[in-house]
Design a protein around this ligand. Structure first.
Ligand SMILES: Cc1cc2nc3c(=O)[nH]c(=O)nc-3n(C[C@H](O)[C@H](O)[C@H](O)COP(=O)(O)O)c2cc1C
Length: 323
C-alpha cells in the first residue's frame, strides 16, 4: 500500500497504533512497527524520563522500523518537557501530540528529522495543527475509545470534513478495527488509520489484564459509556461498575473534587492491570462490537489486508453492476 502516510513515515501499512495510556510500552510498539505499522510508546503515563529512555532503547533493540512516542499533554497532571527532551535526544522517528496546544512541541521539532502527528477531534484544531507545521493530522470521531471531542461528531462526517479543510495527510481514527474500516477510511479521503481499542485485544498488549481483553471480546457496540462529559473532558470507557457510578455521580451534579478519586489514573490501573471492574474503569471505543479475537499484531494486519482486498472486490462488483 502506498499513501502519503506510508511514504512520510516509511512504513508498509498506513496504520498507526494510538497512544494507549498505561498500556503502550516497548513490546506493543515494537510489535506494531515490526508488522508494518507505526507503533508508539505512550510517554505521559510512564513514571520518569529515564523510564521513557529505557523503553525507547528497548524498541530500538526489538525493531529497526520506524516508531513513535505519544504525548497526551495536559491530561496526566505532569509537565512533558523532560520527557520530550528524552524523545528528541533519542531521535525517535515520530512524535504524536494530543490533549493541549501542540505549538511548543511542534516548535521544538522544527529543525529535527522527527515526523509530527497531531491528534485532534475537530476541523478547527486540524486547521490549526496544519498552520503550526504538523506533518500529519489524526482525527478521532465520537465512536473512539479514550478522550474525545466535545461536539459528538462521528468519524464518518469528521474525516471528510477535515480532508476538505487541510492539505496535509489525514489519518482517520475512532471506530476502526478491521480491513473494512481501513478501506472505508481511505474512501473518505484519509490516507491511513489510527486504532486504539483494537490493539488492546492483541497478544503483544502484555500490560492489559486478561479480564480487560475478555471484556472487550464480550462487549457489544452498546457496552461503552462516555464519562467526564460534565468536566469538559469526555472519554469513552467500557461499562464497568465504576464507570456507571461515575456517570451517576455526574448526573447528580458532582464536581471535580468529588469525582477526582474515581476518575484517577489509579482507578484506571485497577481495572486495566488488575481486572477490578468494581473499583476501576478502562477506556474503549464502540469498535468493541467488532472485536472477536486476540491475535498477534502480525495476524491482525494480515487479516486486515485480506479484508481490504475482499472489500475492494465487493466495491468493484457493486460498481460494475451499476454500469
Ligand atoms: C485505553 C486507551 C487509552 C488511550 N490513551 C491515549 C493516550 O495516552 N494518548 C493518546 O493520544 N490517545 C489515547 N487514546 C486514544 C487512542 O489513541 C485513539 O485515538 C482511539 O482509541 C481511537 O479510537 P478506537 O479506540 O475506536 O480505535 C487512548 C485510547 C484507549 C482505548
Amino acid at each position: 500500500m502506498q499513501t502519503r502516510i506510508t511514504e512520510i513515515l516509511g512504513i508498509r501499512y498506513p496504520i498507526v497504533q494510538g497512544g494507549l495510556a498505561y498500556l503502550a510500552y516497548s513490546e506493543l510498539a515494537a510489535a506494531v512497527s515490526n508488522a508494518g505499522g507505526l507503533g508508539q510508546i505512550t510517554a505521559m503515563t510512564l513514571s520518569t524520563p529515564e523510564e521513557l529512555k529505557r523503553e525507547i532503547q528497548k524498541v530500538k533493540q526489538m525493531t529497526n522500523k520506524p516508531f513513535g512516542v505519544n504525548f497526551a499533554i495536559g491530561q496526566h497532571g505532569r509537565s512533558y518537557e523532560d520527557m520530550l527532551d528524552v524523545a528528541i535526544e533519542e531521535q525517535v522517528p515520530a512524535i504524536s501530540i494530543t490533549g493541549g496546544n501542540p505549538a511548543p512541541i511542534l516548535d521544538r521539532l522544527e529543525n529535527e528529522p522527527i515526523r509530527s502527528l497531531v491528534l485532534v477531534a475537530g476541523v478547527r484544531q486540524a486547521v490549526k495543527a496544519e498552520q503550526l507545521g504538523a506533518d500529519m493530522v489524526m482525527v478521532v470521531g465520537q465512536e473512539g475509545g479514550g478522550h474525545l471531542g466535545r461536539d459528538d461528531i462521528g468519524t464518518m462526517v469528521l474525516v471528510p470534513r477535515v480532508v476538505e479543510s487541510v492539505s496535509i495527510p489525514v489519518i482517520a481514527s475512532g471506530g476502526i478495527g478491521n480491513g473494512k474500516g481501513l478501506l472505508a477510511a481511505l474512501v473518505l479521503g484519509a490516507e491511513g488509520v489510527e486504532m486504539g481499542t483494537r490493539f488492546i485485544a492483541t497478544k503483544e498488549c502484555v500490560h492489559a489484564s486478561e479480564r480487560y481483553k475478555e471484556d472487550i471480546l464480550g462487549a457489544k457496540e452498546t457496552d461503552t459509556l462516555v464519562i467526564k462529559r460534565t468536566l469538559g473532558a469526555p472519554g469513552r470507557t467500557l461499562k464497568t461498575e465504576l464507570a456507571q457510578q461515575i456517570l451517576d455521580q455526574e448526573s447528580k451534579g458532582a464536581n471535580y473534587e468529588q469525582l477526582k478519586e474515581m476518575i484517577s489514573g489509579k482507578s484506571n490501573i485497577k481495572y486495566i492491570y488488575e481486572g477490578n471492574s468494581v473499583e476501576g474503569y478502562g477506556w474503549a471505543g464502540q469498535v468493541v462490537g467488532l472485536i472477536h479475537d486476540i491475535p498477534t499484531v502480525q495476524e491482525l494486519f494480515d487479516n486486515m489486508a485480506q479484508e481490504l482486498k475482499k472489500g475492494r472486490q465487493r466495491l468493484n462488483q457493486l460498481l460494475m453492476e451499476e454500469k
